[in-house]
Design a protein around this ligand. Structure first.
Ligand code: PEP
Ligand code: MG
Length: 748
């Protein structure tokens, strides 16, 4: 790169900085920038177009075009050359603009006299803010250096926009991150919350885009990249036991961190007058624009890697980041790309809601959010880019929507919704101590699912009769090493204490598949982990942990009744063997002179269709059966419960699934084996009512569902519901849902 161009560019940035430093209104600043840029680039025209709304660009400042056109000339995204730059996020460089395809003549600007056109996007981290254009009468194509120089100015503009430099009186535009935005994501956990953003990893704000001393900036960059490399090597060193995917990501990080071309481009940016942080952001922005448009999902993944790495580098350079620990706002709503269950637990109940860019309904973070009973929206794309700490945010977990910086009308409607929910909650509270007895006189036992100590207070408030499923793996998942027997025994004892005599059904460890323990050696050779070595399969092949857990449970009971069940049993023998382990441990504890539970019930979870067809002896041996509908449904329909594309495709109230439930209820009735349902569907009132109509008498659900399910059950006659279901089944309907909903409409 010629030295002259670098210093020219630096000079321009220096002048820009002076102009920006002056205390003046936003519009004046923009006007100065256009004048300076045109002068420095020796063009007759320099104009700034900014987005008014996501589809419309507005001419906000110009040197050379008709000043009357400022704030008058607008164009749609994609329209004309300016619209094309905005749409493609790529420069357009033309010696003869009027001849270009798509050129749009705007008479009000007086631009017909200009031949050449160079437009570059003004963007920040993939957010398109506008377009910066220079034009001249002379028919010339702009050199690469000139394109580059204009991009650097655009970068500074983007940063200054972020800092609100162009707002205020005579505002050229409202500051970024001030407009309302709605994010349509996916429901992770129902509920609503009105609060303020708390970013799990705050965005780095670059306050010094322009620097005087390129030498110093270059050294800062080099030192920061060295630290980055060391930290990636360190991560890799510690990740020897991590799963293949995590290692691959880290390898990619290392590749990027050592990339010479990445470093070279950033050094060039610095040589042109940008600060080290601005140089990192500039490359991050252009990589986003380049890769974001790539159709190849592999490349897009790499974009995420590069993004993460750039963020790490920015944090090193600015000293900002997680550690800066912004104050928790009032009614905090956590906003993050993703979050692990342990991290979410640390925030605990102080949070009012969670909004994630990634995540999945079955993820452990989602389970924790459920345990904490806080609304969760997942797949809210780009929310971490838009949200700032302290922004007001409304979380509508029922719809999977988040409103960031809502308009007053939206906030008002939302408050009405919250008020309605509060009155529904009052209704539920009024029946908290009533039984779930249907109009036909049938009693349904409503239990709750739990997995953390934090869940237990809900036993009282929800009105659940006990804990129908205590997922023990969460204790293992949130730690970095295997918990000791004594610790587990103490924890289980606290759970039993908190239940105050009500039943608690413990499920032994369900790990493998999506539930990978941080200290467990991953199975690299499992192409289909959900169908792989998990749950009871691990427990039986390596019984050490299962036996330790059984001992802890027996000790925790200390004479009180023990209810324990094994997950993911696919055939009789697995249950027989697991049960034998439990009996052996009871024997062993007896020999050690410990108090044995006064009653022991050993059950199985029915989560695979095969178990519904097990020999009669299985049903005789099992003290109880709990239908794990989440897994049962995924295996019945061959539809991954974690895959948003297929998860909702098959209705729980599909006649085939209800027939399977009917079959299981019938098998259990033959042997008098108690049966319950503990998958998520038990907490959905209509589904719960249909299960009850099919003969299930115990349902276990998340605590917040107990009220709504009980409320519906008490309003209906289950015999009539069954008649409606049966009529729909013989009619050839795929799902009984429409008929059931129609019938419910007619109920008082
Ligand atoms: C289920 O599969 O329905 C269940 C309750 O277990 P988990 O969701 O923990 O797999
Ligand atoms: Mg399961």
């Amino acid at each position: 790169m010629p030295h002259r161009t670098e210093s020219e560019s630096r000079k321009l940035l220096g002048r820009l900085r002076e102009a920006l430093a002056q205390d003046s209104a936003g519009q004046t600043r923009l006007d100065r920038i256009t004048a300076l840029t045109a002068d420095s680039m020796e063009t007759e025209v320099c104009s700034i177009y900014l987005f008014r709304d996501p589809e419309t660009l507005e001419l906000c400042a110009t040197e050379g075009l008709n000043k009357e056109a400022v704030h008058q000339t607008r164009m749609r995204l994609g329209e004309g050359l300016v619209g094309r730059v905005a749409k493609t996020a790529r420069p357009v460089n033309s010696a003869n603009a009027p001849q270009e395809r798509g050129f749009r003549f705007m008479p009000e600007t007086g631009e017909e006299i200009y031949s050449s056109f160079l437009g570059v996007p003004i963007q920040r981290l993939g957010e398109r803010l506008g377009v910066l254009v220079v034009q001249s009468k002379e028919m010339r194509s702009y050199s690469d250096d000139e394109v580059y120089a204009l991009e650097v100015v655009a970068m500074v503009l983007a940063e200054m926009t972020e800092l609100g430099a162009f707002t205020g009186e005579g505002a050229a535009l409202s500051a970024r991150h001030q407009q309302p935005v709605m994010f349509r994501g996916v429901v992770g956990q129902e509920g609503t919350a009105d609060g303020h953003v708390y970013l799990h990893e705050p965005r780095v704000v670059v306050t010094n885009p322009i620097a005087d001393d390129p030498q110093r900036e270059s050294e800062r960059l080099t030192a920061a990249v060295d630290r980055l490399r060391l930290s990636v090597d360190d991560l890799l060193g510690r990740a020897q036991t991590a799963d293949k995917d995590s290692r691959q990501v880290l390898e990619t990080y290392r590749m990027f961190a050592n990339s010479r071309s990445w470093m070279k481009r950033m050094q060039e940016d610095i040589a042109r007058g940008l600060s080290a942080e601005a140089a990192v952001e500039k490359e991050q922005s252009s990589a986003r624009a380049r890769l974001g448009a790539a159709p190849d999902p592999y490349l897009r993944e790499r974009l995420h890697d590069l993004d993460d790495l750039s963020n790490r580098l920015l944090r090193i350079l600015t000293g900002q980041g997680g550690q800066t620990g912004a104050e928790m706002p009032e009614r905090p709503i956590l906003v993050a790309r993703n979050i692990g269950p342990g991290e979410l637990l640390e925030y605990g109940r102080s949070l009012r809601g969670v909004v994630l860019e990634q995540g999945s309904v079955g993820s452990h973070a989602a389970i924790v959010a459920r345990a904490l009973a806080i609304p969760l929206v997942i797949h809210a794309e780009r929310i971490t880019t838009e949200a700032l700490n302290g922004d007001r945010i409304l979380v509508d977990g029922d719809q999977g929507i988040a409103h960031l910086r809502p308009e007053d009308s939206v906030a008002k409607a939302f408050q009405d919704k919250i008020a309605m929910q509060a009155s529904a909650q009052e209704r539920y509270a009024s029946i908290r101590n009533e039984p779930a007895t249907a109009k036909c006189g049938t009693n349904i036992a409503l239990m709750m699912n739990a997995g953390l100590m934090a869940d237990l207070p809900s036993l009282e408030s929800s009105g659940a009769e006990g804990v129908g499923l205590f997922r023990t793996e969460l204790q293992f998942l949130i730690r970095s090493n295997v918990p000791r027997r004594g610790e587990l025994a103490a924890l289980y004892a606290r759970v039993i204490d908190a239940a105050k005599g009500r039943q608690v059904v413990f499920r032994t460890l369900d790990i493998g598949s999506d539930k990978v323990l941080p200290y467990m050696k991953p199975q690299d050779d499992e192409p289909n982990p959900a169908l792989g070595w998990r749950a009871i399969r691990v427990g039986l092949d390596k019984p050490g942990v299962m036996r330790m857990q059984l001992q802890a449970l027996i000790r925790a009971c200390n004479g009180r009744p023990l209810h324990v069940m094994f997950p993911f049993v696919a055939q009789f023998d697995e249950f027989r063997q697991a049960r034998q382990h439990a009996l052996n441990e009871l024997e062993r504890e007896k020999k050690l002179g410990r108090a044995l539970p006064r009653e022991v019930k050993i059950g199985a979870m029915l989560e695979t269709p095969s178990l519904a067809f097990a020999p009669r002896q299985f049903f005789e041996m099992a003290d109880f059966i709990s239908i794990g509908g989440n897994d049962l449904k995924q295996f019945f329909y061959a539809a991954d419960r974690e895959n948003e594309r297929v998860r909702r495709r098959y209705d729980t109230l599909n006649v085939s699934f209800l027939s399977l439930i009917e079959h299981i209820v019938g098998r259990c009735a033959e042997t008098g084996t108690p049966v319950s349902f503990c998958g998520e569907d038990a907490g959905r009132p209509i589904e719960a009512m249909c299960f009850a109509a099919m003969g299930l008498r115990t349902l276990s659900m998340r605590p917040a569902s107990v009220g709504p399910v009980k409320h519906l059950l008490r309003r209906v006659n289950l015999n009539e519901a069954r008649t409606v279901i049966d009529a729909a089944r013989v009619s050839g309907a795929q799902s009984v849902r429409p008929a059931v909903i129609e019938w419910l409409r007619g109920q008082s």
